[in-house]
Design a protein around this ligand. Structure first.
Ligand code: NAD
Length: 357
C-alpha cells in the first residue's frame, strides 16, 4: 500500500504504521501539518474492514484537524491516529499501552486526544507510556471534550437558523440527530432544553431508549433518520453520511452536526448546494472539542473557552455570507478561510523574533 499514491494523501508531514504482535495493536498515526504547533488530534478505534480504509480515514481526519485548528485560531497543527480494532471488545490494557508507546515515538510532534471509540480512561492508560496525551486533566468536566463540541454545534445550528430563517428561536424547530454518543446525546439535551423537537437514531438502541426517557427525544430507525421531516439534520455518528444516496433523501434545509468528514466526496458539497441545503462545514463547527483540549493543555479558562466556542458562530456567519456572495459551496469557502488563516499565521511566525538557545 503506497501512502504517497493514496487518494487522501495531501503532502502529510509524517505517516507511521505500528504493529505489536503481543497486544495485537495495528495502528496508524498521521501528522498533516505542524506550521502552527504540535499536531493534536483524536485517537480513533474502529474495526476498519481493511488497511486502505484506515489509511484513508487517518489521512482525511488529520488534514481536517489542520484546517479545524487554524480556523479556530489555535496554535496547533493537524494530526490523528487510528487503531484498527473493535472498541467494544479489543481495547485491552496491553493494546492501549502499546498505543501509548507508539505515540511516544513521535516525541510530542503528535499529541493524542479522545475520539470516537476512545474514552478518557483509555487515554489515561496510554498516558502511562507517554506524556503526549491530552484531555485527561480532570477539568470541571473531567477531560472529556465532547460537551464543548456539542456546544459549538449548538451555536452553529442557531447561527444557521438565523441566517436561513431570520430567527434562532428553537421552540418551533425540529432537529434530527444521527448518533447519540458523547456529542449527539449532549446536543440533543441542549436542543431539548431550548424547546426544540428532536428525533434521533443510534445503532445502539439503549442510547435511543435513554434519550427518549431522559430528554423526550423521539427515536427513529437508522435508515429513516436521514429522511426525517425536520428543519436541521445533525450528523453526529461517523463520517461519509452525506453522499449521492443520502443527499436526495434529505428533507432538512440545514445540515449541521459534529461528525468529521461528513461529505463522502467533494461533489457532495455541490449536491447539497444544488438542493438549496445549507451545509455548515464539519471542521468549522465541531471545533469545540479541540478548543477544549487546547485550554486543558495551556491553562484552563472557562471564559476563554466560552469566547472561543462562541467565535465558531461568528466564523460560520462569515462563511455563510461569503458563500452567498460567491455562490460557492460553504465547505470550499471554509477551506479557503482556513488556508488564509494558516498562511497569515505562518507569515506572522516567520517574522516573529525567534528564541536562540
Ligand atoms: P461516539 O462514538 O461517542 O458516538 C457515536 C455514536 O454514533 C454512537 O452512539 C454510535 O452507536 C452511533 N452510530 C454509529 N453508527 C451509526 C449509524 N449508522 N447511525 C446512527 N448512529 C450510529 O462519538 P462522539 O464522540 O459522539 O463523536 C461523534 C462524531 O463527532 C464522530 O465523527 C467524531 O469524530 C466527531 N467529533 C467528536 C468530537 C468530540 O469531542 N467527541 C469532536 C469533534 C468531532
Amino acid at each position: 500500500m503506497s501512502v504517497f499514491d493514496a487518494p487522501a494523501f495531501d503532502q502529510h508531514e509524517e505517516v507511521s504504521f505500528a504493529r505489536d504482535a503481543d497486544s495485537g495493536l495495528r495502528a496508524i498515526i498521521a501528522v498533516h501539518d505542524r506550521s502552527l504547533g504540535p499536531a493534536v488530534g483524536g485517537c480513533r478505534v474502529f474495526p476498519y474492514s481493511n488497511d486502505a480504509q484506515a489509511l484513508d480515514d487517518v489521512l482525511r481526519l488529520s488534514r481536517g484537524m489542520t484546517y479545524k485548528s487554524a480556523l479556530a485560531g489555535l496554535p496547533l497543527g493537524g494530526g490523528k491516529s487510528v487503531i484498527i480494532a473493535d472498541p467494544r471488545c479489543d481495547k485491552t490494557p496491553a493494546l492501549l499501552a502499546a498505543m501509548g508507546r507508539f505515540i511516544d515515538r513521535f516525541g510530542g510532534r503528535y499529541v493524542a486526544a479522545e475520539d470516537s471509540g476512545t474514552s478518557v480512561e483509555d487515554l489515561r492508560q496510554m498516558a502511562r507510556e507517554t506524556r503526549h496525551v491530552s484531555g485527561i486533566d480532570g477539568t470541571e468536566h473531567g477531560g472529556d471534550p465532547s460537551p464543548s463540541t456539542a456546544r459549538g454545534v449548538f451555536i452553529a445550528i442557531r447561527t444557521a437558523l438565523r441566517h436561513r430563517l431570520g430567527s434562532d428561536a428553537l421552540g418551533s424547530v425540529r432537529v434530527a440527530v444521527q448518533g447519540l454518543g458523547h456529542v449527539g446525546y449532549r446536543l440533543a439535551a441542549l436542543l431539548r432544553a431550548e424547546g426544540a423537537e428532536v428525533v434521533a437514531a443510534d445503532v445502539d438502541l439503549r442510547r435511543c431508549q435513554r434519550a427518549e426517557a431522559e430528554l423526550g427525544v423521539r427515536p427513529l430507525s437508522i435508515d429513516d433518520i436521514v429522511a426525517a421531516d425536520v428543519d436541521v439534520f445533525a450528523p453526529c455518528a461517523l463520517g461519509d453520511s452525506l453522499n449521492a444516496a443520502s443527499i436526495p433523501r434529505l428533507r432538512a434545509g440545514i445540515v449541521a452536526g459534529a461528525a468529521n468528514n461528513q461529505l463522502h466526496e467533494e461533489a457532495d458539497a455541490a449536491r447539497l448546494a444544488d438542493r438549496g441545503i445549507l451545509y455548515c462545514p464539519d471542521f468549522l463547527i465541531n471545533a469545540g472539542g479541540i478548543i477544549d483540549v487546547h485550554f486543558q493543555r495551556s491553562g484552563w479558562s472557562r471564559s476563554g473557552l466560552e469566547r472561543s466556542i462562541a467565535a465558531i458562530g461568528e466564523r460560520l456567519e462569515e462563511v455563510l455570507r461569503r458563500a452567498d456572495e460567491s455562490r460557492r459551496p460553504t465547505s470550499a469557502i471554509a477551506e479557503d478561510l482556513a488556508r488564509e488563516m494558516l498562511e497569515s499565521a505562518r507569515r506572522a511566525g516567520e517574522t516573529a523574533p525567534r528564541c536562540v538557545a
